[in-house]
Structure formats: structure tokens, C-alpha cells
Design a protein around this ligand. Structure first.
Ligand SMILES: [Zn+2]
Length: 236
């Protein structure tokens, strides 16, 4: 009986260690994932900025085409001036030139507005590119560390799991199952020390009869309140 109890204690110790290693490993993986998520988020912003700049540049190119056409127009109309015969026609042509020039000016202003917008977005883009590079640099340095830590902890985990298996193999299946269920349900504490007539797992008083029986260490007993497997400290 005492032997089974000792095995269970060993098992719980190993299982607690395994849980701690797994939690640490999850932390490492979360950290790695966070770098990826960060980089993806900034990359998405960059992609969006690139799209916006492309649309604006397209608009600017179209305005440039319009401007060239309007300038041609002015030249073409101005070329007609020497051939003009009447005052009325002269006034009409001058008006046409004036309209075309105004149109040119308007297009130029639109182009300047677009260029200003592009400039602002390009500054944003520069900022995001710097941010992304910083994330990648950090991810690379820390990523290497994390991968090493993951590899190292995996080795420890494998060793502990092997030890666990050999300890578990020595325990009866029913007891092992009970222990396992309790370990899951009771936050990694399936066993509880019974001391001064109480279960230290839940701090409830145990029936005196049960406690006395426990002290004799003749059979595996559970706390009637929290169901944990009880053990007593035995002088070696
Ligand atoms: Zn209890």
C-alpha cells in the first residue's frame, strides 16, 4: 500500500512537471505566433497602402494625359489666330483659348492634389516598412532563441513522459484512472496530505475513524469532501 502511495506521489510530481513544461512551451509558441500575427497585420496595412498609391498614380497618369490633350488644344487653337478674318471670330477663338487654359489650370491643380496625397501615403508606407523590418528583425533574433528553447524542452518532455509511463505501469489500472481524473479536475492535485485529522486538499475535517485508518496505511482512501486520494506522512 505504501509502495502504491509512493508511486502515486512520484506520478503526481512528474505530471506537475510535465504540465509546467507544456505551459512553458505554449508560451514559447504563443510568442512565435504573436510575431507572425504582428508581421501579417503590418504587411496587410502595407498592401493596402500600395493599392491606394497605385490607384492614385493611375489617376495622376490619366490627368497627365488630359493635360497633354488640353495643351495640344491650346496650341491648335492658337495656330488658327493668324488666319482669323473677323473681330467676332477673333473674340470667339480667344475665349476658346481662355477656356482651354482654365481647364489646364484645373487639371494641374488636381494633379498637385493627387501628388500631395501620394506623398502622404508614401510617407505612411515608409513608416510601415520600417515597422515591419523591426518586427522581422526581432522575430528573427527571438525566433531562434524560441526554437532552441522549444527543442530543448521537447527533449525534457520526452524524458519525463517516458519516466511517467514506467511509473504508471506499476499502478493498477483502476487507481491510475481515478488518479488521472482527479489530476485533471483538481487542478493538478490528485493527492492530498491528511494532517491533524483534516484533508489539506480542501481543508475539511475528516471523520476521525477514517483518519485513524489512514494512519495505519492499510488501504487507499479518498477524501469524502474533495475526493482526492489521501496520504499521511510516514516517518521513514
Ligand atoms: Zn479533501
Amino acid at each position: 500500500m505504501q509502495n502504491q502511495m509512493n508511486l502515486l506521489k512520484d506520478l503526481q510530481e512528474i505530471d506537475q512537471e510535465i504540465s509546467a513544461i507544456e505551459a512553458t512551451r505554449k508560451g514559447y509558441r504563443d510568442e512565435l505566433d504573436a510575431f507572425t500575427a504582428d508581421a501579417t497585420r503590418v504587411q496587410e496595412m502595407l498592401d493596402q497602402l500600395n493599392d491606394e498609391v497605385a490607384v492614385l498614380q493611375q489617376g495622376e497618369a490619366e490627368l497627365q494625359q488630359d493635360l497633354l490633350k488640353e495643351r495640344d488644344n491650346v496650341v491648335r487653337v492658337e495656330a488658327r489666330l493668324p488666319e482669323i478674318q473677323t473681330q467676332k471670330e477673333y473674340v470667339a477663338v480667344l475665349k476658346e483659348i481662355d477656356v482651354a487654359k482654365k481647364a489646364n489650370k484645373e487639371i494641374e491643380e488636381q494633379m498637385q492634389a493627387k501628388q500631395q496625397e501620394i506623398k502622404t501615403l508614401e510617407e505612411d508606407r515608409q513608416e510601415k516598412e520600417t515597422e515591419l523590418a523591426a518586427i522581422q528583425e526581432k522575430a528573427e533574433a527571438r525566433g531562434e532563441e524560441l526554437k532552441t528553447l522549444l527543442a530543448e524542452s521537447e527533449e525534457v518532455l520526452l524524458k519525463r513522459t517516458k519516466t511517467r509511463e514506467s511509473v504508471a505501469a506499476e499502478l493498477p489500472t483502476g487507481l491510475l484512472r481515478k488518479y488521472h481524473t482527479l489530476f485533471q479536475r483538481r487542478g493538478g492535485l490528485a493527492l492530498a496530505l491528511a494532517k491533524n485529522g483534516a484533508c489539506l486538499g480542501c481543508n475539511m475535517q475528516l471523520p476521525p475513524q477514517q483518519y485513524n485508518k489512514l494512519l495505519k496505511v492499510t488501504e487507499i482512501q479518498s477524501c469524502p469532501h474533495c475526493n482526492r486520494i489521501l496520504y499521511v506522512e510516514v516517518d521513514a
